[in-house]
Design a protein around this ligand. Structure first.
Ligand SMILES: Cc1ncc(COP(=O)(O)O)c(C=O)c1O
Length: 356
């Protein structure tokens, strides 16, 4: 299938200093746009068009019933050109999320080829400072106008791009986390495993209250017993206990993170023992108190590795590693970003070049 290109007549100015970029504030000149219509036999061709308003009717199903799935990945500038990190994993997860939300799947090869075309056109937007990147947000929404609880027949998929710096204003420095024991993000059997808008909507109230109290994010507990660690706002969670990296298993209510998966593989490769097992908040507290828990960090595309300096639970604040970044978080950060930015060899075959 061809990829149509309609160029913007006027181009925006690039950010003046890309070392000062925040996260997700600025959008590039163009976006990718595709429509699905069941009556017309599925997806139409991808079109690269100027970034702009989507024409949606007020009755569009996504606005009422939340049929929305999305992804987040990054394009990095390296000495060998522009690179993507495991983009097929993101598109596979987009398809898994789409299946859960009764939405159509995409052809991964075609979408990746279309994304590369978009990136080639927008290459000037990929920032140069180390630690920055062009954040890529694919998103699929139900566009068919109707009221009634059933899946839609028409969808729009778009990909927008945002030159970005660190996700947390702290950068690669410890953040403060609040353990949420009142609200719940997702339960097993629900949509927690899908990257769908409703999960983020469910987490807003808690995040808002946490931020008002000076915390960066909420650490979720399981919906059933409010006992086991799930994940943080937009990251999976890991702890270092007795020198071992421990991360909660994928049992249906948390996102299957690509950073998490990559870190497990890196740990295996460099000889750090890593296990996927249930871990209760009581165990976390006990291990902080007896000194066996030496590090905690979040794992996600946006924040990469976010060291956690303190955990607030039931009116008590527990400091981890003197609120300093630990050696394992540092090592894993260096290994992962080394592969992403090209200073370390791509031994796992995770890198996809934008231009051959
Ligand atoms: C809820 C949630 N958990 C975990 C992650 C980490 O996933 P990934 O490493 O694929 O970015 C994200 C990020 O998208 C997320 O939104």
């Amino acid at each position: 299938m061809e990829i149509k290109i309609k160029k913007a007549t006027e181009l925006k100015e690039l950010p003046e200093d890309d070392s000062k970029l925040g996260f997700g504030q600025i959008f590039t000149d163009h976006m990718l746009y595709m429509e699905f219509d069941r009556a017309k036999g599925g997806w139409g061709p991808a079109e690269i068009r100027p970034y702009g308003i989507l024409g949606l009717e007020p009755a569009s199903a996504c606005l009422h019933y939340g049929q929305i799935v999305w992804e987040g990945l990054k394009c990095y500038r390296t000495s060998e050109g522009l690179r993507l990190f495991r983009p097929r994993e993101n598109f596979k997860r987009l398809n898994r999320s789409a299946r859960r939300m009764c939405m159509p799947e995409v052809d991964i090869d075609y979408l990746l080829a279309a994304l590369k075309e978009l990136l080639k056109l927008e290459a000037r937007w990929v920032p140069k400072t180390l630690g920055t990147s062009l954040y890529i947000r694919p998103c699929m929404i139900a566009s068919e106008p109707f009221l009634g609880l059933h899946k839609a027949n028409r969808y729009i998929l778009f990909i927008i791009l945002s030159p970005s710096g660190p996700y947390f204003k702290e950068g690669f420095k410890p953040v403060k986390i609040l353990v949420e024991d009142k609200y719940v993000r997702a339960a097993v059997g629900g949509t927690g495993e899908a990257k769908t808008a409703g999960n983020y909507a469910a987490s807003l109230k808690s995040t808002d209250e946490a931020m008002e109290k000076g915390f960066s994010q909420t650490l979720w507990l399981d919906a059933c017993e409010r006992k086991y660690i799930e994940e943080v706002g937009a990251m999976n969670m890991a702890f270092v206990i007795n020198g071992e990296v421990v991360t909660p298993p994928l049992h249906g209510s948390i996102l299957s993170g690509i950073t998490r998966k990559s870190i497990l593989e890196i740990c295996d490769h460099i000889g750090i023992k890593a296990v996927e097992r249930r871990i209760s908040i009581d165990e976390v507290i006990e291990c902080i108190e007896n000194g066996t828990l030496t590090e905690a960090f979040g794992l996600g595309t946006a924040a990469i590795i976010a060291p956690v300096g303190s955990i607030f639970y039931k009116e008590e604040n527990y400091i981890i590693n003197n609120f300093e970044v630990g050696p394992i978080a540092t090592k894993l950060y260096e290994e992962l970003t080394g592969i992403q930015y090209g200073s370390k060899p791509d031994i796992f075959g995770w890198i996809e070049k934008v231009e051959e």
